[in-house]
Write a protein that binds this ligand. Structure first.
Ligand code: NAD
Length: 447
């Protein structure tokens, strides 16, 4: 099939490249010309393992194009995928990019030489596909969805850092449309994939995406609330607590009794709070969408509030350890919202850095690939440099290499000896005498 993808970000680019790998003919367009220039040269503008190789292979096979204009990309296409950003604007979803893409597609639709199906891949609040998107397409084209062109939503569940694998081996495919013909088009598009596929009304496809992300955010805040409880209780330890919780047979055993370790358990773990381009914004949008319909969301509100407070809780632990943060050099290890990505959108490191600065501390940052936070923090390229003269180190992103650093030598470079581990990723390190290793979610030693 011939597909035109709108948006060359994490979702659009991975989807486009993935669909080309599956044998489709893909054109990818983006509002940012420089991004397209880089892609034409085979350069992916963000870190995503495996993506650049697959992009180059697809381009070399003639299955991926980056046309000059959306019109050129749409010409002769069967499907357009809208994979543009849906940021938050004053708490509510900002649909301007989705509607701009719908407008471009709508203006082109009357010239289509074949049946065309518009597929929303962006995460949009319930009612958007059959509401504003349909209206914009029909207004701009003068045509009718269902009669003259197809319309569907197919939310994306990939995770940054393993996006290519997630796209090519999805856990589920959700096809949301009220038209059987559009469902048939999606079935052909993903025909090769054998995962669970469900056909639902657009509103339910939109809800599935939000509820899935809200569940993950809820587990993180649940774990962090228990971490905060443990931090005040002599002898308590959230790691031990969670190990016991994970052993519930419904979380640790398959039907035949054999041990399993489902990925969801990684969200039942304490940390500095959830971040990234999806969980915070999607939770905010889902709450705002419910509020706009007169429905309150006390549970989701609490999930967001626990997360908002978490960086301050981490800074408080550090203040307790150091006495004061004034003029203290703090080595912040990791800026990306999780390992394996250079995405710092809504990373918990950002509020943490802000709180450290307002407490008078001098944060210094190390991250293997994330871009600068754009603020006053100094960046250092090596563990040696970031830890030199530091009063404390705070691990924020669990980059796996940090656990393998030569800590006995590194701590001798520090002015202080405190290592605060907000991911409990360094519990296995053999700390030299004199180091004050502070895991997250651990109460004071019982005396
Ligand atoms: P992104 O910011 O990385 O990329 C969006 C791209 O769209 C940008 O390159 C931008 O220039 C481009 N764009 C904006 N308007 C355009 C237009 N009119 N025409 C063409 N291009 C346009 O965003 P993303 O992370 O890929 O997210 C896209 C959507 O997918 C969002 O709704 C997001 O919530 C959802 N989503 C993201 C992830 C993720 O892990 N990043 C996972 C699942 C779903």
């Amino acid at each position: 099939m011939r597909v035109c993808v709108f948006g060359a970000g994490y979702v659009g680019l991975v989807s486009g490249v993935g669909l080309a790998h599956m044998g489709h003919q893909v054109a990818i367009v983006d509002a940012v010309a420089e991004r397209i220039e880089n892609l034409r040269a085979g350069r992916v503008p963000f870190l995503e393992p495996g993506l650049e190789d697959l992009l180059r292979a697809g381009a070399a096979a003639g299955r991926i194009q980056f046309p000059e204009s959306p019109g050129a990309g749409l010409a002769g296409s069967d499907i357009s995928l809208i994979a543009v950003g849906t940021p938050s604007e004053n708490g509510a979803i900002d649909l301007r990019y989705v509607l701009a893409a719908a407008n471009t597609i709508g203006r082109w639709l009357p010239s289509a030489d074949r049946w065309h199906t518009v597929v929303v891949k962006s995460t949009v609040v319930p009612g958007t596909t059959d509401g504003p998107v349909r209206e914009e397409l029909e207004r701009a084209s003068g045509l009718k969805a269902g009669d003259d062109f197809g319309l569907a939503i197919n939310p994306e569940f990939l995770r940054e850092g393993c996006a290519v694998k997630d796209f090519l081996e999805p856990d589920r495919l959700v096809f949301g449309s009220s038209e059987q013909r559009a469902i048939g088009v999606l079935e052909r598009l993903y025909g090769a994939m054998s995962c669970a596929k469900i056909q639902v009304a657009p509103v339910n496809a939109e809800l599935i995406k939000y509820a899935s992300n809200a569940l993950l955010a809820t587990l993180v805040s649940f774990s962090n609330e228990w971490a905060a409880i443990c931090e005040g209780l002599p002898g308590a330890d959230v790691e031990t607590l969670m190990r016991g919780v994970h052993l519930d047979r419904r979380l640790s055993r398959s039907d035949d009794g054999s041990p399993i370790h489902p990925g969801i358990l990684s969200y039942l773990a304490a940390g500095p709070g959830y971040g990234g381009s999806c969980l915070p914004k999607d939770l905010t949008a889902a709450r705002a969408s419910a509020r706009s319909r007169g429905v309150s969301t006390p549970l989701l509100d609490a999930v967001a509030e626990v997360n908002r407070q978490r960086p301050a809780g981490v800074v408080e632990i550090l203040r307790r350890e150091l006495g004061t943060l004034e003029d203290r050099r703090i080595a912040v290890l990791g800026l990306a919202f999780k390992p394996g990505t250079d995405d710092i959108r809504e990373s918990p490191a950002l509020p943490l850095l802000g709180l450290l600065r307002s407490a008078g501390a001098q944060p210094r940052v190390w991250d293997p690939c994330a871009p600068s936070d754009g603020a006053a923090s100094q960046r250092f390229a090596t563990p040696q440099a970031v830890l030199e003269g530091a009063d404390a180190a705070v691990l924020v992103t669990a980059w796996p290499e940090i656990a393998g650093w030569p800590w006995p030598e590194l701590v001798t470079r520090m002015r202080g000896r405190t290592v605060l581990d907000t991911r409990n990723a360094l519990r296995g390190v053999a700390w030299p005498a004199g180091v004050r290793y502070v895991p997250i979610g651990k109460g004071p030693d019982p005396s």
